[in-house]
Design a protein around this ligand. Structure first.
Ligand SMILES: [Zn+2]
Ligand SMILES: [Zn+2]
Length: 440
């Protein structure tokens, strides 16, 4: 524990130094910038397979401007109040991770950060050790730099029956709602209202995001519609097991998005639903949910937690798995998009929307034998989420007629999306631009 204390004092000193430097060197950014961030990240604090410091290092070294830690029902802080997993041990409110001595994470951790930084205790079993997990406040000084890189505390509110919602800018764990399989819509609604209550109480401009709706086919479009105050969901989640694409009978996440938008805007509360692309990173040394798959590009003047969340609240961001924009404007009447081209790559830009007056009634979805598939988004008119215009130009625009319920833009590149750890091709590079309503 003496070592822990001396490491802590060392950290405190460095943090004070960084604070002193930051206050004297900080310069104002006088132009609007695009900031790239991953909003969904796991580490050893829950079921990720690495320490948070190398994770922060990976994102900072790979072109990201910010990263949100979203471990399951836990914050990266001491004293730890979240769940203690089988490989964890809790000592005086501190979380320790049990690892085999040859685990790639501990080998890299020692190599990157040095023996003085790594707090180790012996384990009862030979060939294993216990390593203290450092809270965010102990290591953020190593990575954060004004206008360059920022870390944000969040968590994944992980409820039963695969109902998961991301919460950002948190200083407390919002409890899960609990319920049986048929109460998933209530669980989503309850968690949304708990985060709303947190926002009002703390003044932090944070809204939850429904994660991976098709994971274990847990969440349907009808359930999302019941959560009227839900503002964000994941249109793309990089985890290979989450079924972004749907299947033969089940809607893909984009189709769910179009149905929800159409119904909300035709006769619901008129609230737009914004779509995130995220990594949901779990694997840093092996195949699976690896980093670098999906991210958001947020337009704001400053790289601060508040300005990033304000910009997202305003829909001033797009989601991407590789496509980069150099221009994006909406003036209430016309959407203009400009793609940052890559050599030898072609792009297809689709303006997608639903016209007012389209039949929005859903019918139960049936399998090949005509039996209703339980817990599945219904079958709806093809007029919902229709391609209103398409082009291969790098610069394009769409002028709204005023009869669209909403319009959103999807850009698909001819370039492949490649796994950054294994080199495997995992899809096409895409950008999803947030939906807009006519006149707003
Ligand atoms: Zn999840
Ligand atoms: Zn997750």
């Amino acid at each position: 524990m003496k070592k822990v204390l001396s490491a802590y004092l060392k950290y405190l000193f460095s943090a004070l130094m960084v604070l002193a430097l930051a206050s004297s060197c900080q310069t104002a950014v006088d132009e609007t910038n695009w900031w790239r961030g991953n909003m969904h990240t796991h580490t050893f604090w829950s079921d990720g397979d690495d320490f948070p410091e190398p994770v922060a290092k990976w994102y900072r070294n790979n072109g990201y401007d910010f990263l949100v830690f979203t471990d399951h029902n836990i914050l990266l802080e001491t004293p730890t109040t979240g769940p203690v997993r089988g490989s964890h041990r809790l000592i005086d409110g501190e979380l320790w991770q049990r690892l085999s001595t040859d685990h790639p994470a501990i080998i890299k951790y020692r190599e990157f950060f040095g023996e003085d930084w790594v707090d180790i205790l012996p384990d009862e079993e030979e060939g294993y050790l216990q390593v203290r997990l450092r809270p965010l406040d102990e290591f953020r000084f190593m990575f954060e730099e004004p206008d360059s890189f920022m870390l944000m505390m969040g968590n994944e509110i992980t409820d039963q029956h695969a109902v998961h919602l991301l919460a950002f800018h948190q200083d407390e764990v919002i409890p899960t709602a609990g319920g049986n399989e048929d109460e998933r819509a209530d669980m989503i609604r309850e968690i949304v209202s708990r985060v709303d209550e947190y926002r009002e109480r703390t003044g932090r401009n944070t809204y939850p995001a429904l994660a991976h709706p098709n994971f274990r086919w847990a969440v349907t479009e009808e359930m999302i519609l019941e959560a009227e105050d839900l503002r964000y969901f994941e249109v793309y989640n990089g985890h290979p097991a989450v079924n972004n694409e749907g299947d033969e009978f089940r809607a893909c996440t984009e189709r769910m998005w179009d149905i929800v938008l159409s119904k909300r805007l035709e006769r619901g509360n008129g609230k737009l639903l914004y779509g995130f692309a995220t990594d949901d990173t779990h694997r840093y040394h092996s195949e699976g949910a690896t980093p670098g798959r999906g991210w958001v590009m947020v337009r704001s003047e400053d790289l601060t937690v508040e300005s990033i969340l304000d910009a997202i609240d305003n829909g001033d961001f797009y989601s991407s798995t590789g496509v980069v924009l150099s221009g994006l404007e909406y003036n209430g009447n016309q959407i203009r998009v400009e793609i940052e081209p890559e050599e030898g790559v072609t792009y297809t830009t689709e303006f997608i929307g639903t016209m007012s007056g389209v039949d929005l009634t859903g019918k139960p979805t049936l399998d090949g034998e005509g039996n209703e598939i339980h817990n599945t988004t219904g079958t709806y008119s093809e007029e919902i989420g229709k391609v209103l215009a398409v082009t291969n130009d790098l610069s394009s625009s769409y002028t709204l007629t005023g009869d669209e319920l909403y319009v959103r833009v999807k850009i698909t590149s001819s370039a492949n999306q490649v796994d950054r750890i294994t080199g495997e091709v995992i899809g096409r590079q895409v950008a999803w631009i947030q939906p807009v309503k006519p006149g707003i």
